[in-house]
Design a protein around this ligand. Structure first.
Ligand SMILES: O=c1ccn([C@@H]2O[C@H](COP(=O)(O)O)[C@@H](O)[C@H]2O)c(=O)[nH]1
Length: 363
């Protein structure tokens, strides 16, 4: 997490902008004429054209936000669900969004919430370590090599070779070794250690990080996470202890391991207790703004130095333009996107200031 900690310090801003576009969050003028272009939406062609168009608009929208905030925030969190909902073209919009953020110098958190049995988790973990080698386990399992390769025992990724040769990230990108442009991803711990270990290994190989869901922000999260086990511990407390264990071999210079924790801003008391329980875990805190979390709710989730956490807001920042009286439907596409960017910037600055004030006030 050293790079993320450094980026937060550089901007004096422990917040992350969530790029979770929906059609309702985009200015309607971006879709002017869409009906005519798409034709009948209930045909395969119409639906495919619509998805391609929406994805192109998502990308345009995201780029205007990235440009507007790149000099004031350290990171973006890109929620893959919003893109995946639009099919294969959506995945390209996801990747291109991550790439635009990466090229703008931002730390990119891929909110992909993966988790599966070990062998499948190993395949998902290539999000971090790059496209697998032809002789990696994932290809061997299906014998795509025609039995030619000898090496079946190791799941070795392309990034290994690059790292061995000491090549910088840029050359990895050129070679297609780093296709997702994510610096970290979110993972779901429900399957236990064998579902997480491949992500920890991949993060270690590729010098990246993961964030494990520990105490999520949503209303139903109590159903399982608050359950009490025999030894008087809540389920989320068990997960927290596992997160510490999973990260124990990867504590960086800044004192945080590669294995961070997702803790919702909507649980201030629990968040504070988790801070004490997980001193080496960086917290990714969603639930600020649109879900009701405030700066004072999250202040106790930072460590004594006011570090160790990054707070996400998605709708509250990318949808801020909708409250601006300067918006009107007659604005050109260009002007509407400028308004989107200006409002996102203002909302991001307000969030930064609110967090820094709450951190000062608590001491
Ligand atoms: O516990 C969790 C884990 C992840 N999220 C994600 O964060 C954003 C929140 O969006 P807002 O618009 O700021 O509410 C979204 O991508 C969620 O999937 C979360 O909210 N809670």
């Amino acid at each position: 997490m050293d790079k993320l900690v450094e980026a937060i310090r550089k901007f004096d801003n422990p917040s992350v902008v969530g790029l979770d576009p929906t059609i309702a969050l985009l200015p309607p003028q971006l879709f002017a004429g869409a009906r005519e272009i798409v034709g009948d939406i209930d045909t395969v062609k119409g639906r495919a054209l619509w998805a391609a168009m929406v994805n192109a608009k998502f990308l345009e929208f995201n780029r205007s936000i990235i440009n507007a905030v790149k000099d004031i925030v350290p990171a973006v969190k890109v929620q893959i669900a919003m893109y995946e909902a639009l099919g294969p073209a959506g995945m390209m919009a996801y990747v291109e969004t991550c790439r635009a953020a990466h090229e703008a110098g931002l730390h990119v958190i891929g909110d992909i919430k993966r988790g599966d049995i070990g062998s499948t988790a190993a395949a998902y973990a290539y999000h971090l370590s790059g496209i697998p080698r032809p002789n990696s386990e994932i290809f061997q399992a299906f014998d795509l090599s025609g039995g030619a390769s000898e090496n079946t025992s190791q799941c070795k990724c392309l990034a290994d070779d690059e790292r061995d040769e000491g090549k910088p990230d840029a050359s990895r990108e050129e070679l297609g070794f780093f296709p997702w442009y994510e610096d970290s991803v979110t993972v779901n711990p429900y399957l236990g250690t064998d579902g997480i270990a491949p992500f920890v290994d991949a993060a270690q190989q590729a010098d990246k990080d993961i964030f494990v869901l520990v105490r999520t922000s949503n209303p139903s999260s109590d159903e399982f996470q608050e359950l009490m086990s025999d030894n008087d511990q809540r389920v989320y407390e068990h997960v927290a202890d596992k997160v510490m264990q999973w990260g124990s071999d990867s504590v960086g210079d800044e004192g945080f391991s590669r294995v961070g924790a997702v803790v919702g801003a909507t649980h201030p008391r629990v968040g504070a207790s988790l801070r004490a329980r997980m001193p080496r875990a960086m917290f990714l805190i969603p639930g600020y703004g649109a879900q009701g979390g405030t700066a004072s709710d999250v202040a106790a989730m930072f460590d004594v130095h006011g570090e160790g956490a990054i707070v996400n807001s998605s709708r509250g920042i990318i949808g801020a333009w909708r409250k601006d009286p300067a918006y009107n439907s007659a604005l050109s596409i260009e002007d509407s996107l400028q308004l989107v960017g200006m409002n996102a910037r203002r909302a991001a600055l307000d969030m930064r200031d609110a967090l820094n004030t709450a951190l000062k006030e608590r001491s």
